[in-house]
Design a protein. Structure first.
Length: 165
């Protein structure tokens, strides 16, 4: 696994990839750190270069959809939830209940929420677009200020000059 750090408006991001694709985008203080193996080494890789370019475009409001080979590691259920995240369009949000329905498991809101929280590719697999049923911003691995920033960047959350959503 080859990894690198990049600067972003939400702080440094750790990216990790292999020939299989992008495995990880990790914030500075992750809630669920990705396990590092003996095969990890700092360096560059074509997938990391593409991810860096596309993330830069996203943060500069020039990219709405990512086009990267992805290789997230997780259970079949987690991977299904993560695939479903890609159906949430740029600038839109879904509740956990709506996401559970899209996954085909409407009564599994907690399990869907837990899988969402383990997403190893935030931003690219847009878990930040999942919010509480009442519109509240709920847990996010990069922290709620980062979630708010991403949703405001996408126009999914009105910017309030007084700090409230």
């Amino acid at each position: 696994m080859i990894h690198t750090h990049i600067a972003s408006p939400v702080g440094p991001l750790l990216l990790a990839a292999s020939d299989d694709g992008l495995h990880l985008i990790e914030f500075t203080s992750p809630r669920h750190p990705y396990p590092r193996g003996a095969d990890w080494r700092h360096g560059d890789h074509e997938v990391l270069q593409r991810a860096r370019e596309q993330l830069d475009e996203y943060f500069n409001e020039g990219r709405r959809v990512f086009d990267l080979p992805l290789a997230p590691r997780g259970t079949p259920f987690q991977r299904e939830v993560w695939r479903t995240l890609t159906t949430i369009a740029y600038g839109e949000t879904l509740s956990y209940a709506q996401l559970a329905s899209r996954v085909g498991r409407p009564s599994a809101m907690r399990a869907v929420g837990a899988a969402n929280g383990r997403n190893p590719l935030p931003i690219v697999l847009p878990c930040h677009r999942v919010i509480g049923a009442d519109g509240s911003l709920t847990g996010f691995g990069g922290g709620l200020p980062t979630k708010r920033f991403l949703l405001e960047l996408e126009g999914a959350l009105a910017v309030d000059l007084f700090g409230a959503a």
